[in-house]
Structure formats: C-alpha cells, structure tokens
Ligand binder design. Structure first.
Ligand code: HEC
Length: 404
C-alpha cells in the first residue's frame, strides 16, 4: 500500500510538474516571440508617448494589441502582471519529484557501483543524496559566478555563452562519473533548470522590482537592472529545449546506458540551443535554416553513438530444443537476480508493480523481453544499482545467449 501511495504521489507530482513547465516555457516562448515580432507603432502619437514597438494578434476570437515601452511608461498601473509563479512551481514540483524518487531511494537510483571513482562507487545512500543536492547548488553558484565575472555589464555576453557551454559539458561529464546514468541525465537537466529558476528568483524579479520602485518614486531606473534581467532571460531561452530533452531522455535507457552518455548529453544541449535559435530568429523574420540543420546533425551524431552494436530482432523467436540449456540457465539467472523487482509483487525496493511493466517470471517472459534483457544487462543498467549482486560470469552467460 505504501509503495502504491508513493507511486500515485509520483504520478500527481509529475502531472503538476509537466503542467507548470508547459505554462512557464510556453510563456517564455510567447514573450520571445512577442519581443521579436514588435514593429514600430503605426500611430505617431504612440511613438511620442514612448511606445517603441507594437504587435497586433488575433487569438480565440479576439484582437490583441501589445505595446512595448522603450523606457518607463508615463504612468504605471497598480495591477501590473508579473510572471514568476510558473517558474517557481516548476522548480518546486520538479525537486519534489526528484526527492520522492531519487533522494528516498538513493541506493537504487543515485549510487553508481561501477563508477570509475572508488569513493563514488562506494558512497552510502545518504552521502549520494547529499552529493546530488550539493551538485545542484554548486551548479547554480558556478553559473552565477561565470555571469558575474565574465560579463557583469553585459559587454561580453558572447564569451559568457561560450563559458556556460563549456560548463555544461563538464557538468555532463562529472554527473556521469559520480551518479548512475539515469540520475546523471536528470541532474544535468536539473542544473540548467535550477539556473533558470534561480535567474528568475535572484535576478530577473528583484531587478524588475527595483525598476518599478524607481519609476514609482519618479527617478530613472538603473539600466543595468533591465539589461541584466535580459541577459539571464536570454540564457533561459536557450536552456528550455535542452532541459526538456534531458528530462525526457531519462525515460529511455538507450540514452544513459550508452558508453558515450556524457557526449550524448552535451550533443543534446547544443542541439536544443541551436534549434531554439532558429525559432528566435524566425520571429524577427529571419529564416536561417543553418541552425536547425546543425541541431539535427548533432542529434544524428548522438543517435549514431547510442545505436546498439548488435542488431536486436524484435519478434519473439519460438523455443527451440537446442537452445533449451542456455535458456534454462538464463531463466535461472533472471530468477536469482531480477524477479525480486520484475514480478507481479516485487519483494525488493518498495515497487508497487513490476518496474517499467517488465515481468521476468517465466520462459515466455524472458523470450518476450530478450533484447531488452541483453541490452540492459550488457550496459550494466540492470539489475538496478546491482542490488542483487549479479556476477560478471552471469552477465557473460546472458550476453552469450542468442535470445531465443
Ligand atoms: C532493484 C530492483 C530491480 C532489479 C533487481 C532489476 N530491475 Fe530492471 N528495472 C528496475 C526499475 C526501477 C526499472 C525502471 C527504470 C526506468 O524507468 O528506467 C527497470 C527497468 C527494466 C527494464 C526496462 C528498461 C527500459 O529501458 O525500458 C528491463 C528490460 C529490465 N529492467 C531488466 C532487468 C533485468 C534483466 C534484471 C536482472 C538482471 C533486472 N531488470 C533487475 C528495477 C530492477
């Protein structure tokens, strides 16, 4: 019952997280589109009133007329619309989801017993959870310091983007060394997502509050507040697509069990940013196909790196007598190392049902999942965290099995 409740909670949190993220990213995409679609006002009176651009739109049976003021508008209404709860609730629900899955079961999901670093391979669950949280905090601190030091006055934003790109390659590499692959994809995405939310919390919103306060007091707002908000918001724009791709990839084991996992993460990040750039430019009327083409090339390289080395057949092969011996021994191994989790009523790990819907209880089951079994065992993704102490000889036996 407890396992069921925690999984049901997981479902509800995931729902909240996805909805909040859709609202936030949707708004972010909308405002970039709005900003880049602004045209000089048609009515000269409005130019004189300080309007620098306008956009007319039709939506849901109504006509909308957005206007952007270059500096402060003559008078600011009390009911100004602010956007921040979408960002905060996305982060909070994401962190809660991460906590109930990973932080509560760190030995299953975080500790990587085959880490090349002995201290990481032998971390306790509590240490791994603490390290994962520290990783997120450190990610923000380093990113924020890069922004402050490299481009404090927004004069070296190009150099800053390069530094942030290099930082993300390092984050990808480091997370793969210290944690299980699935957690590494999630954490790398979460480092970017944390930077995005923290940009809103620590820089964009406080800067806007100072600007509004200055305008209300009748003094000129500090232009740096506006420029800095813009700088961080531009970073957020390019983070959105990579973050979503990384969050989704941790549901596909071929991504994080690849021997090139950190390179794949890096390719995903740059590809997402390039594809986003295409849409940013498109809103201002430029159709530069080079960007998405480059993004797709990076995805193709990732696909090539991830592709399985053996060609698995997806149709279940009928049992043949000659294969019977290996088959029985494979079933024996699976019964010893996998059914604790992959059965109707798992006895290990507090699962309410067979994880990923994969049952491994009978000969028919293992034939049906032969390709997946061979792939997840060869990549050492299964048994999860090697909780059931599978030996290398057993892995070799499964590798030698022709899956029929
Ligand atoms: C400690 C519990 C546990 C053990 C033991 C375990 N698994 Fe899993 N397995 C899981 C969980 C949890 C998932 C779902 C992970 C996910 O969503 O990526 C999973 C998923 C899978 C999948 C689906 C992967 C995919 O990409 O969809 C396969 C196949 C699998 N396991 C095979 C095995 C085999 C074979 C063994 C034994 C050698 C094994 N597992 C042992 C917990 C376990």
């Amino acid at each position: 019952m407890e396992a069921f409740l925690s999984e049901f909670g997981n479902l509800l949190l995931r729902w909240l997280h996805v909805i909040a993220a859709i609202a936030w990213i949707g708004e972010s995409i909308y405002f970039v589109m709005l900003d880049n679609s602004l045209r000089p006002p048609r009515n000269p009176i409005q130019s004189k009133a300080g309007v620098s651009g306008e956009m007319w739109a039709v939506h849901g049976g109504g006509f909308y007329h957005n206007q952007k003021y270059l500096v402060s508008p003559p008078d600011l209404p009390e009911d100004l619309h602010w956007s921040f709860w979408k960002a905060y609730s996305t982060w909070l629900s994401g962190f809660a989801l991460f906590a109930i899955m990973y932080l509560l079961k760190p030995t299953f999901y975080l500790v990587n017993p085959s880490s090349p670093w002995a201290w990481a391979a032998t971390m306790s669950g509590v240490q791994a959870s603490a390290l994962a949280v520290a990783f997120l905090v450190a990610g923000w601190v380093v990113y924020d310091q890069l922004c402050r030091r490299i481009s404090p006055n927004m004069k070296h934003d190009g150099r800053l983007s390069l530094a942030v790109g290099i930082m993300m390659v390092l984050v990808s590499w480091l997370s793969m060394q210290m944690f299980q692959g699935r957690a590494a994809f999630l954490l790398t995405g979460a480092v970017m997502a944390t930077a995005m939310s923290a940009n809103v919390f620590f820089w964009i919103i406080p800067g806007q509050r100072r600007m509004v306060k200055a305008m209300k007091a009748g003094v000129a707002p500090n232009p740096l507040d506006g420029k800095r908000g813009k700088q961080r918001s531009v970073h957020n724009t390019y983070f959105t697509l990579p973050v979503v791709l990384l969050m989704l990839s941790n549901h596909y084991s071929f991504t994080y069990t690849s021997p090139y996992a950190w390179q794949i993460m890096s390719l995903f990040i740059f590809s997402g940013a390039l594809i986003r750039q295409y849409f940013v430019l498109r809103h201002s009327g430029k159709n530069q196909l080079g960007y998405p083409v480059a993004g797709v090339i990076l995805l193709a390289i990732a696909a090539w790196l991830m592709a399985p080395t053996t060609t698995p057949s997806s149709t279940p092969v009928p049992v043949v007598d000659s294969g019977k011996d290996t088959e029985t021994s494979v079933l024996g191994i699976v019964t010893a190392r996998c059914v604790q989790c992959h059965s109707e009523k798992p006895t290990l790990g507090g699962f309410a049902a067979a994880p990923a819907g994969v049952h491994l209880e009978s000969l028919g089951d293992i034939q049906r999942h032969a390709d997946q079994i061979k792939q997840t065992v060869a990549s050492r993704y299964m048994p999860l965290g090697n909780m059931t102490s599978m030996t290398d000889a057993e892995r070799a036996a499964i590798a030698a099995w022709d899956g029929s």
